[in-house]
Design a binder for this molecule. Structure first.
Ligand code: AMP
Length: 597
């Protein structure tokens, strides 16, 4: 391992971004990390939720109807900004009525609690109404990316036994109509939009939902009732369906408060699509549970639009992802300067390691650092985080959420693990079970689920270490880690070093088999505008990396690419870079968003 602290010394990245001692005008919800952690109890946090009138717990009730008796009822719950600039706003009151209509519409079709409702749409308001309405009806919601092609849609609908699909006429005609023979269990399709499309059990939203009663009648779900089904792609083959329960809302409430620092009257914007778990947990549930105004932007990433949204909507808390931040960095901090971003108070990032360079760039462009946090589909909510009042060590994911115990373990004998207690030593990131948003299963794959647990730990499949101050540092997906001449090399640290070079916009690093050292490090690099691939630049980057990382860790080869392959949730697909480099099968590409080709 390279010594990250000394690597930072050599660059211009500070080891620690110290948070001010004097409280800023909006006091962070989590002031003293150690004190909040010591006093934390999930039971007490549970008492802050409303629960259903007859007992039980329902995500949609906590997110919407619970606010109706308070001043929040009239506040904007969802502020939608359409692709062409159209806007729609739902107060909590209006959202409560709309979601009850959807729940009642499902009932009018004979759809039963526990049945699966799939949503396949861009980020339009009906998506949010359908997700929350289906939860009210006690159905299980499975959000899909609207960009999925017919095959990934079919596989997931089959795996999840889709009973209802909510989509648009256009998506239906292009992608779903041809699958109806195959998807016998799919009884109802609800189409959002005025175009006609026909088929068995096809209903129009405007006739079915708008005509339904707005009378609330939330199903009697409990904290253990299945609520959400999130598909996450394995490295190859079939995706896994992670099962989440209504009790997860407790983790959404706590992480909204502590990790995202949501305050009562905030305007919040999560850029993730609900097809990815972040876009559901934090693009729908957590902000509404907190009672804030949740901004939804239909358009895909485009830097000028994004700066415009941050300014015009007076966004206070912004949750985004490293790929987007790197794309903004590519254009340069000047693009931010023409905007009034004074409402912005807290910025967070998730999905991939956040390079130290990006944390610091946040300060340059926005006057605020980005706060990295870590979680995965299986954990249901943020587990390790940088907090508003806690010093940041750029490159670190931060510390475990109060109520969560994280550790570094090594797998020993079958089914057992040993905890690594020494600081700085790499091992697998593990979480003490249980916690409210822990997945409750992989759909139909009990054995695969059981293998994720050992000796009271959930094993994340990520490698990390913890430093002497209790900060966690991501090393890499266990699958992506490179073993070279006895060194274990995480692609992240190599990519971060490359990103420090002014020419580099994106970097993806893999191990290429080598008869002498096991694997050698190879980097794929996309350049910033104004830089062209050349032999000289290649040599310069190799030299830069060697200086930063040392010869054992630095890449031996660099290949230029116009862009890197990324998933729809913005993750660099290192396994695809590797498969192509080695001429191996490319595996499941259903989550591929942009490609290098
Ligand atoms: P997903 O389930 O698709 O959200 O992917 C989860 C995986 O993304 C994690 O297991 C990590 O490998 C990666 N990931 C998410 N957040 C971070 C982060 N802050 N730092 C490093 N890796 C992350």
């Amino acid at each position: 391992m390279i010594d990250k602290a000394s690597a930072h010394d050599r660059g211009r990245i500070p080891q620690r971004i110290v948070k001010p001692e004097v409280s800023p005008p909006t006091r962070p919800n989590l002031g003293d990390y150690d004190a909040v952690r010591a006093a934390f109890s999930w039971e007490r946090e549970r008492e802050r939720l409303a629960g259903l009138p007859g007992g039980g717990l329902n995500i949609a009730h906590e997110a919407v109807d619970r606010h109706l008796g308070s001043a929040r009822a009239e506040r904007t719950a969802i502020r939608w900004i359409g692709r062409s600039g159209a806007r729609r706003e739902f107060s909590y009151l209006a959202l409560a009525a709309a979601t009850s209509r959807f729940a009642n519409a499902l009932r009018s079709l004979g759809v039963q609690p526990g049945e699966r409702v799939f949503v396949l749409m861009g980020r339009v308001p009906e998506l949010y109404v359908a997700v929350l309405g289906a939860l009210k009806a006690g159905c299980v919601v499975a959000p899909l990316f609207s960009a999925f092609g017919p095959e990934p849609i079919a596989t997931r609908c089959e795996m999840g036994d889709a009973r209802v699909l909510v989509t648009t006429p256009e998506l239906y005609r292009r992608k779903v109509a041809g699958l109806r023979e195959r998807l016998q269990g799919l009884r109802h399709v609800v189409l959002v939009g005025d175009d006609a499309a026909d088929g068995p059990g096809v209903h129009r939203w405007s006739t079915l939902v708008d005509a339904a009663s707005p009378t609330p009648s939330t199903a009697a779900t409990t904290s253990e009732t299945m609520a959400l089904l999130h598909f996450t792609s394995g490295t190859t083959g079939r995706p896994k369906g992670a099962i989440h329960v209504h009790g997860a809302v407790l983790a959404h409430a706590v992480t909204g408060r502590y990790a995202l620092d949501l305050h009562d009257a905030d305007v919040f914007w999560c850029t993730a699509d609900p097809g990815w778990v972040t876009g559901t947990s934090y693009g729908i549930i957590a902000p509404l549970v907190a009672g804030v105004t949740n901004v939804v932007v239909e358009a895909e990433f485009d830097a000028p639009t994004w700066y415009g949204v941050l300014q015009d909507e007076h966004v206070n808390v912004w949750y985004t992802a490293p790929t987007a931040i790197r794309m903004m960095m590519k254009i340069g901090a000047d693009a931010a300067r023409g905007h009034d971003l004074s409402a912005l108070r807290f910025m967070a990032s998730v999905g991939e390691p956040l390079n130290p360079e990006a944390v610091v760039w946040g300060i340059e462009a926005f006057g605020l650092p980005f706060h990295d946090n870590w979680w995965q589909t299986e954990t249901g909510g943020i587990m390790v985080s940088n907090y508003a009042a806690m010093d940041i060590k750029p490159g670190s994911m931060g510390k475990p959420l109060p109520g969560i115990t994280a550790g570094i373990v090594r797998r020993s004998a079958a089914g057992h693990v040993e905890q690594v207690t020494a600081p700085g030593v790499d091992g697998e990131l593990a979480l003490r079970t249980p916690w409210p948003s822990m997945m409750r299963g992989y759909l139909g794959e009990d054995e695969r689920y059981r293998k994720c647990f050992a000796d009271g730990w959930y094993l994340t499949g990520d490698l990390a270490h913890v430093d002497a101050d209790g900060y966690f540092w991501f090393v890499g997906r266990a699958d992506d880690v490179i073993k070279s001449a006895g060194h274990l090399i995480g692609p992240f640290e190599v990519e971060s070093a490359l990103l420090e070079h002014p020419a580099v916009a994106e970097a993806g690093v893999i191990g290429v088999p080598d008869p002498t050292v096991g694997e050698v490090v190879k980097a794929f690099v996309a350049l910033k505008p104004g830089f062209e691939p050349s032999e000289a630049l290649n040599r310069e980057l190799l030299g830069h990396a060697r200086k930063r990382l040392g010869a054992a860790v630095a890449p031996k080869a660099i290949a230029f690419r116009a862009r890197l392959p990324t998933t729809r949730s913005g993750k660099i697909m290192r396994r695809l870079l590797k498969a192509r480099e080695l001429g191996l099968p490319e595996g499941d590409l259903s989550t591929l968003e942009s490609d290098e080709r």
